[in-house]
Write a protein that binds this ligand. Structure first.
Ligand SMILES: Cc1cc2nc3c(=O)[nH]c(=O)nc-3n(C[C@H](O)[C@H](O)[C@H](O)COP(=O)(O)OP(=O)(O)OC[C@H]3O[C@@H](n4cnc5c(N)ncnc54)[C@H](O)[C@@H]3O)c2cc1C
Length: 390
């Protein structure tokens, strides 16, 4: 057993850390206020290879293992969770399904550009009436000769409006339930594609979350990903991988909160001493550190299992996502507590972290859905089978 990162993984970690400290942290507060998506910085992260970490080199990607990928995401999230989610979506739920299910022509058309960060990917499963229950989506795709016409509304699309490729899930056979869903590769310039509005969110305010309306959106038949009826399988498989990335995002956010809190505890004085000298503060910091290490262990292990191609990798990803996403909320709470009133001010970084952390136990499968996945793996396929669930 070897817990050490390889030289390559250390290089990736250090490169991500240096970039985020130099090119992102100094500007974050201004971008937050302006709700500005940092397109130029994301593009540079793409040039460093961070948009296509899991894409083979022959398609322009970095071709790394999943552990390297989670190390990168952790470092990005340590400074900013919103950029981490942008990278996570492009890597895990846009590039990976394309690598696994794309035709040569589709890979040629999109993968190198995605991997270099020339275009970003987006994932369109959720609809206003269907989140956890993904089989209940209502967007329809009907074939007319060499084109599919898509009609429906997708909500909460991360990087919506900034992305150049949208992986859209629509029903081609509404009577077939989960087996009636098909995946499409949609470009924003296809006729009938329209961003209808942006969510006004609690956190991740520099990452746009769009509602997208498809009105007779014309998608060429060659842009169907996989086969008709395979869509939900492709989506759930992508989310299995995505969850490891979201767990890494949680670990990174929490690590950032811990470092800020430890620094503050050494500076802030009360009753004639630094607050870090009080046992109450020390215990909070010790618990934060311990929980972060536990989540990091689960996350790296899930990534390692995924690379090893082990069947229980999906359950491990859910366990990592469940624990890490609830951990980061506890850590962010303590970080604000340690900062006192300063932590409640929009001027402080932990205030943003507290808001950003809240969504981690909601997206890419809520905590309740992760527990469902874990219980099913534990008790057998029939447990909770009636309860939908991604
Ligand atoms: C910032 C942000 C970004 C997002 N980005 C994307 C994106 O890029 N692409 C995309 O497709 N979606 C995205 N989403 C949507 C996200 O994946 C969904 O919000 C999530 O799957 C939950 O769905 P819901 O919000 O409809 O909640 P619901 O499914 O309505 O759930 C409401 C509550 O009921 C619980 N619940 C539901 N079913 C069960 C069950 N069977 N057993 C127990 N409890 C249950 C849930 O856990 C939750 O607590 C994003 C969401 C947010 C907030």
């Amino acid at each position: 057993m070897d817990f050490a990162l390889t030289d390559d993984q250390l290089l990736i970690r250090d490169t991500a850390r240096q970039f985020m400290e130099a090119e992102v942290r100094p500007h974050l507060r201004d971008w937050e206020r302006a709700e500005r998506f940092p397109a130029a910085q994301v593009r540079k992260l793409g040039e460093l290879g961070f948009c296509g970490m899991l894409v083979p080199a022959e398609w322009g990607g970095a071709g790394t293992d999943t552990v390297s990928y989670v190390v990168m995401l952790e470092e990005v999230a340590r400074v900013d969770a919103a950029i981490a989610v942008t990278l996570s979506v492009t890597n895990s739920v846009a590039c990976v399904p394309l690598v696994r299910h794309g035709t040569e022509q589709q890979k040629y058309a999109y993968l190198p550009r995605l991997a270099h960060g020339e275009i970003l990917g987006a994932f369109c499963l959720t609809e206003p009436q269907a989140g956890s229950d993904a089989a209940a989506i209502q967007t329809r795709a009907v074939r007319h000769g060499s084109t599919y016409r898509l009609n429906g509304t997708k909500s909460w699309v991360s990087t919506g409006g900034q992305a150049g490729l949208y992986l859209v899930f629509a029903k081609t056979d509404p009577d077939a339930g989960a087996r009636g869903v098909t995946a499409f590769l949609v470009e924003p310039n296809f006729p009938g594609f329209r961003i209808s509005r942006y969510e006004d969110k609690m956190g991740l305010r520099i990452s746009p979350s769009a509602e997208i309306v498809f009105e007779d959106c014309a998608v060429p038949a060659e842009n169907l990903l996989g086969e008709e009826g395979q869509g939900l399988k492709i989506a759930l498989e992508a989310l299995d991988g995505g969850r490891v990335g979201i767990a890494a995002q949680a670990v990174g956010i929490a690590q950032g909160a811990l470092e800020l809190s430890a620094r503050y505890a050494k500076q802030r004085r009360a009753f004639g001493r630094t607050i870090g000298e009080f046992q109450a503060i020390q215990w909070m910091l010790a618990d934060m550190q311990t929980e972060i290490e536990a989540a990091r262990g689960l996350t790296y292990y899930a990534a390692w299992l995924r690379d090893a191609g082990v069947a229980r990798a999906a359950m491990a990803a859910s366990q990592a996502k469940l624990y890490a996403s609830e951990m980061v909320n506890r850590v962010a709470y303590k970080a604000v507590q340690i900062h006192g009133s300063t932590g409640y001010s929009r001027e402080s970084e932990v205030e943003r972290i507290y808001r950003d952390a809240r969504v981690i136990s909601i997206y890419e499968g809520t905590s309740e859905i992760q527990r469902l996945v874990i219980a099913r793996a534990l008790l057998g396929a029939t447990a909770g089978a009636a309860q939908g669930g991604r």
